[in-house]
Design a protein around this ligand. Structure first.
Ligand SMILES: Nc1ncnc2c1ncn2[C@@H]1O[C@H](COP(=O)(O)OP(=O)(O)OP(=O)(O)O)[C@@H](O)[C@H]1O
Length: 314
């Protein structure tokens, strides 16, 4: 079972530039959460702060009863072993074949024998569909395969928490669909806590249990998928619909009068619609033969109730 991460009142700045402030959220154990936000709102900085690579100015990050923002380097090293991180480009070593890339954390951080390492590496390569590609160099394979190799490497130390930094960037829609299915299947199989930073709205709609949105140096919302997807909050709606009209501008936020005018022209002033009037798209389910975690029952009931309310209100 993955572990819960509890973030309270977190603030991160670089010099005078506040990246985000007073961020509070709980990533529930074993669930998949997605963090959205316009470019430059500090999503990657958030991931790096969670894993202890960046120090926040204020607030706490509690994992297994310890506030990791206050740990010394040695203790932090231990906590980091709970994490697997999939970086944007897979962060593979170009001169090593996939087998050696994936074996690397085991050789660095454990005393396992080469035969034990072989068993683990092949098991993880099998999970991500890379059996047969052990001898390939990163430069010889596609972007999608590199992501999957990076994911296999993030899995070898059996992490309790996996952070994904834009796993879908640079992939075509079909590869993104396969990767999303792999993420949902993996979460059902290993039950770790997942946090995914993405710009892909289709993925954000289908994959997670929870969604958060960073904007204007704050966490605008964080909550169950169905709450965000049916929200009438103008920033959330603009972002999830990928449109220009709304509070989010090209470089900065827009002024209130302009936003009001745009939303009125769109016939979509957030405050005049019925709360929760947005449609809830279906969730991506684990593939055939994969046992669904216990929480799926509760989620299905919650979403079913919401759909019934939608139908009754239509
Ligand atoms: N080490 C650093 N020192 C100073 N500023 C930094 C550092 N790392 C990030 N920043 C700044 O923090 C801000 C947020 O960056 P970050 O990469 O987290 O944004 P993001 O939301 O992930 O963006 P994108 O969606 O485009 O990847 C940017 O203005 C960036 O320049």
């Amino acid at each position: 079972m993955g572990v819960e991460i509890c973030v309270e009142g977190l603030t991160k700045s670089f010099g005078h530039q506040v990246i985000w402030q007073d961020v509070s959220l709980t990533l529930p154990a074993g669930e998949v959460s997605v963090m959205l936000g316009p470019s430059g709102t500090g999503k990657s900085v958030f991931l790096k702060t969670l894993v202890g690579l960046l120090k926040p100015e204020r607030g706490s990050i509690t994992i297994q009863g310890r506030d990791i923002t206050r740990l010394r380097e040695h203790d932090l090293y231990e906590v980091r072993k709970l994490f697997g991180v999939l970086f944007q480009d897979g962060a593979l070593f170009g001169s090593m074949n996939l087998y050696d890339n994936i074996a690397f954390p085991l050789r660095e951080h454990t005393r396992k024998s080469e035969s034990q390492i072989r068993r683990i590496v092949l098991e993880k390569m099998d999970m991500v569909g890379l059996i047969g590609a052990e001898g390939k160099l990163p430069g010889e394979i596609s972007g999608g395969m590199r992501k999957r190799a990076g994911l296999a490497r993030a899995l070898v130390l059996d992490p309790e928490i996996i952070l994904f930094d834009e796993p879908d960037s640079g992939l075509d829609p079909v590869r993104v669909a396969y990767l999303n299915q792999l993420i949902v299947d993996l979460n059902a199989q290993i039950d770790a806590t997942f946090l995914i930073v993405t710009h892909d709205i289709a993925s954000a709609r289908q994959v997670p249990d929870n969604i958060g949105l960073l904007f204007r140096r704050e966490l605008v919302m964080f909550g169950p998928r169905e709450e965000l997807l049916t929200s009438d909050e103008p920033v959330v709606r603009q972002f999830l619909n990928g449109r220009m009209q709304g509070p989010i501008g090209m470089a900065e936020e827009k002024d209130a009068a302009q936003v009001e005018q745009e939303l009125a022209q769109l016939g979509d002033a957030g405050h005049t619609t019925t709360p929760g009037s947005q449609e809830l798209p279906p969730r991506l389910l684990p593939g055939p033969g994969i046992t669904r975690p216990a929480r799926w029952q509760a989620i299905a009931e919650r979403e079913g109730a919401l759909r019934r309310r939608e139908v009754a209100g239509a």
